[in-house]
Ligand binder design. Sequence first.
Ligand SMILES: [Zn+2]
Length: 83
Amino acid sequence: MEFFKDRVMCPRCEGAGNVYEVEIVELNKRFLICDETDCSWEAEDDVRADNWMYIFERLEKRYGVTYESVKFQNINYDWWKRR
Ligand SMILES: [Zn+2]
């Protein structure tokens, strides 16, 4: 992972965005999302340019919920410190 000012740079948009962590209340699960392009990873995934999926797509295809129907909480950029 590459960093800029203590934040993980998104490997897909090459530094335009930073990757934050968020908890989705309804799923009781955490995800990693780029704040620029909305590409995402599972909380336990390696954050790479070849394994992302848009968050809305991930929620619909893998979890059967829509982006609009869920609540996001505990947004933070410090998730990498806990790995
Ligand atoms: Zn990005």
